[in-house]
Design a protein around this ligand. Structure first.
Ligand code: PEP
Ligand code: MN
Length: 334
């Protein structure tokens, strides 16, 4: 952190500020120039609110040079994290994961059928929501415990590890057979849930970016899970809300590169929720692969027009198989 003082700051004011910083375990280094005085801060500033310093009468400006996230920070963990997701599926460090399946589990035939189709096309994990975060309380809310039972059945039939969303920690005991626990965009900053899940299990957590979250906020949410004891976090970019309405959300693929620079955690991209339209999913999935994402999460439904949730953005198994061919071709090139 670098503190620039106002012109004309007196020696007494500088000494007072130095004393204050020392009470916060920060060692101040002062440079007195002709025009301005600058204080460089050495020490762990993670617990210091820069706004508090900036509010002081003598201070002109505070610049943070150290990120507030530690466990997720590449500076302290230079190698890519490789997250083991069960049954040999891995993500990160060159391991590419494709998580595919319906938005929601709707019945045995549907989930087992889609699981077989996506596996045949090359998916490495099966997705399917049992507890659904819906905007309307009147919309289908998911099958709950029965949905999880059907996911287990599909896992038994195909061997694919399962990924499903946890909305409420009270349901965690139902998740014993779940391989990767999804925390959805709407719960990215549910700090109690992040803390509880991080302390309870070391299973991989797929953490989706909140719809108005900055990358730093996403990484701080990962930090909650990691600081609670679970280092196995997979970041998921699924687009954010902007003024643009052509896509369901606005997807900036550049964030994959930024997250890779800032963090060692794997980054997967969700072209389904990002675009909201099944015809866009293929090209965005291919682009996400090309930019270096560690995986994809794609919604696939056997009968999209009759899907109970997110049918418009769901690929058919045939569309998904074509996307997988193109994703494999891009992977081979890059
Ligand atoms: C989902 O994966 O079905 C979902 C609800 O995603 P998000 O939390 O990104 O909206
Ligand atoms: Mn969905």
């Amino acid at each position: 952190m670098i503190i620039t003082l106002k012109k004309g700051a007196s020696d007494a004011q500088v000494e007072n500020l130095k004393a204050l910083l020392r009470t916060k375990n920060i060692e101040p280094r002062v440079w007195k120039g002709e025009l301005e005085t600058v204080i460089g801060c050495v020490g762990d500033i993670a617990h210091l609110d820069p706004g508090l310093i900036e509010a002081l009468e003598v201070v002109e400006h505070v610049q943070r040079i150290q990120e507030p996230f530690k466990a997720a920070n590449r500076k302290f963990h230079p190698d890519d994290s490789v997250i083991e997701c069960g049954a040999g599926a891995k993500v990160g460090g060159g391991n590419f994961a494709v998580i595919a399946g319906p938005c929601s589990v709707e019945g045995e035939e549907q989930i087992v059928g889609v699981a077989k189709d996506v596996k045949a096309a090359g998916a490495t994990m099966l997705r399917g929501g049992a507890f659904k975060p819906r905007t309307s309380p009147y919309a289908f809310q998911g099958m709950g415990a029965e949905g999880l039972r059907l996911l287990s059945l599909a896992k038994k039939e195909t061997g694919l590890p399962i990924v499903t969303e946890l909305m409420d920690f009270k349901d965690i005991e139902l998740f014993n057979d779940v391989d990767v626990i999804q925390i959805g965009a709407r719960n990215m900053q549910n700090f109690n849930l992040l803390r509880e899940v991080g302390a309870y299990t070391k299973k991989p957590i797929l953490l989706k970016r909140g719809m108005s979250a900055t990358l730093q906020e996403l990484l701080m949410s990962a930090e909650y899970i990691m600081a609670s004891g679970n280092p196995n976090v997979i970041l998921c970019e699924r687009g954010i809300r902007t003024f643009e309405t052509a896509l369901r959300n606005t997807l900036d693929l550049g964030v994959v590169t930024v997250l890779h620079r800032l963090s060692h955690l794997p980054v997967v991209v969700d072209p389904s929720h990002a675009t909201g339209h099944s015809w866009m999913v293929d090209s965005v999935a291919v682009a996400a692969t090309a930019i270096g994402a560690d995986g994809l999460i794609i919604e696939v439904h056997n009968d999209p027009p009759h899907a109970k949730c997110d049918g418009a953005q769901s690929q058919t198994p045939a569309m998904f198989a074509k996307t997988m061919d193109r994703v494999r071709a891009v992977r081979a090139v890059i």
